[in-house]
Design a protein around this ligand. Structure first.
Ligand code: SAM
Length: 324
């Protein structure tokens, strides 16, 4: 199956990650491998690109499309929140670079048949790892209470009409269980009040369900807890997010890692002893150029934040392979 995705802000990722020959770089959200291929070209002849993805189609596609660089490439069907364990399996102390390009690929949206798009009539699944366990979106939509559904739509979709939509879903599922993306999209559209906006009325509800089903924010938090331990001194992390919930989490964690002393300002001397652990490479978020947004409108909400792990005494500047 041909795997379709258009990578966003490739040049910006390259200039922030600064991959060089011999580097070990992890692409935690491999997708169609667009970022990975561009990075690989910079780390050859002796670098290593490690990919992870939850979507088994992405992994199968990677095995075929990256066969030409098999000595410099490994792919894992895993969650990026497990990157530390993946590096351990590869016998590596850390990476020189990590990139995350959060959310779904065009493949998941358009070709997976798993109900990610409100524009398609497909089984309402929404698990990125279609081979994994855990509830599908249809289980949630048909079993959760009205309050619980409203909370998900509000919290993960920032949907102002969350309560109305949840009420309508609960009414309609009495007639017949909601099992397809098309039917859910119609039910949401029928519940939403007001003039049609710029985006489809089901956009936020679909985003919210997807985030809930895949536990996306919790995995991002877990990754951010371990990211420092996965980077070599001087190693860089670059995260592309597509909505404010993700961006807020990344921004706060980066700021906490970059912060030095946390003593109250009226303390005459520092007693916490905290030192900054990273340097922020993006004081302001990096956004796609106007030209990119015109070419690929789906890039319009993308934002990059990047940081560099500060070198500790005597340990800076190595590459990951040297530490095996
Ligand atoms: C936006 S796409 C990445 C596209 C890729 N950068 C490219 O250039 O083709 C996001 C990918 O990340 C995967 N993904 C999302 N969350 C994940 C997670 N927690 N762990 C592993 N993969 C994840 C999705 O399955 C999807 O393939």
């Amino acid at each position: 199956m041909a795997f379709h995705h258009v990578s966003v802000m490739k040049q910006e990722v390259l200039s922030l990650l600064s991959p060089a020959p011999g580097h070990v770089v992890v692409d935690g959200t491999f997708g169609g491998g667009g970022h990975a291929r561009a990075i690989l070209e910079r780390i050859l002849p002796d670098g290593l690109l490690i990919g992870t993805d939850l979507d088994e189609d992405a992994v199968t596609n990677a095995q075929a499309c990256f066969a030409d660089v098999q000595d410099n490439f490994r792919i894992f069907h895993d969650n990026f929140s497990n990157i530390r364990a993946v590096l351990d399996q590869c016998g590596l102390a850390g990476a020189n670079g990590i990139v995350l390009d959060l959310g779904v690929s065009l493949h998941l949206l358009e070709k997976s048949g798993r109900g990610f798009s409100f524009q398609r009539e497909e089984p309402l699944d929404m698990r990125m790892d279609g081979s994994g366990g855990g509830p599908k979106a249809m289980d949630v939509v048909n079993a959760y209470s009205q309050d619980e559904l409203a909370r998900i739509f509000l919290e993960y979709g920032e949907e102002r009409q969350a309560k109305r939509i949840a009420r309508r879903i609960v009414q309609r599922r009495e007639d017949e269980p909601i099992t397809t993306s098309g039917r859910l999209a119609d039910i949401v559209a029928s519940a939403v009040k007001g003039k049609p906006g710029r985006i489809h009325p089901a956009t936020r509800v679909f985003q919210a369900l997807r985030i809930h089903i895949n536990n996306e924010l919790a995995h991002l938090e877990k990754f951010l807890e371990t990211c420092l331990d996965c980077l070599l001194p001087g190693g860089r992390l670059c995260i592309i997010s597509f909505h404010s919930l993700e961006d807020r989490i990344v921004k706060r964690r980066f700021a906490a890692l970059a912060q030095g002393c946390t003593c109250p300002p009226d303390f005459p001397v520092c007693i916490c002893g905290n030192q900054p652990k990273v340097k922020l490479l993006t004081k302001k978020v990096v956004k796609p150029s106007q030209a990119e947004v015109e070419k690929n409108p789906m890039s319009r909400s993308a934002k990059i934040r990047a940081m560099e792990k500060l070198a500790v005494e005597g340990a800076g500047g190595e590459d990951g392979r040297a530490k095996q």
